[in-house]
Design a protein around this ligand. Sequence first.
Ligand SMILES: Cc1cc2nc3c(=O)[nH]c(=O)nc-3n(C[C@H](O)[C@H](O)[C@H](O)COP(=O)(O)OP(=O)(O)OC[C@H]3O[C@@H](n4cnc5c(N)ncnc54)[C@H](O)[C@@H]3O)c2cc1C
Length: 151
Amino acid sequence: MLFDTLNTERIGGAASALGGGLRAIDLAVEYANDREVFGQPIGSHQAIQHPLAEHYAKLMAARQITYEAASKWDDGEDCGMEANAAKLLTSEFATEAASQAIQTHGGNGFTREYEVYDIWQNMRLTQTAPVSNEMVKNFIAEHHLGLPRSY
Ligand SMILES: Cc1cc2nc3c(=O)[nH]c(=O)nc-3n(C[C@H](O)[C@H](O)[C@H](O)COP(=O)(O)OP(=O)(O)OC[C@H]3O[C@@H](n4cnc5c(N)ncnc54)[C@H](O)[C@@H]3O)c2cc1C
């Protein structure tokens, strides 16, 4: 019963990280469209566009496994692997997305006014809380792959 409860915490945490990561992308896109340097919006450069597109695609993939975990939970099925994978992927992808959003904002990325630095801090925390990603990987390795318990 306790482990089932922890799965809901992982699913909720994954959904929260997804929201943070997508918010960071939204803010970066808005800024990239507005900010002009050398006479053109910085968002017109592929060096700005491609990382944002890549992080968005990763978040979309992580969203699918988060939905799968939630759907299995709703159906009363074992969702341990999906819940842990969702937690792992969303925390890493959301942190990367927020970091890229900071880069897109240049120096403004480090000010409170533009929000992205605060988002990064919160997303980075999701790699450690409510459970560290190392323990998530230990779970998948032991319970899903069938490797020996490592701790
Ligand atoms: C803001 C915040 C909110 C939190 N909320 C919750 C919560 O809601 N519920 C909850 O249960 N906990 C919560 N935690 C606690 C969180 O689960 C722990 O901080 C986390 O599991 C790491 O444990 P620790 O801090 O004791 O570090 P330690 O156990 O000292 O570990 C330090 C580092 O070593 C790694 N490590 C340790 N043992 C192994 C191993 N066998 N294999 C691989 N790596 C290992 C850890 O992953 C970590 O990176 C929260 C923590 C924070 C900071």
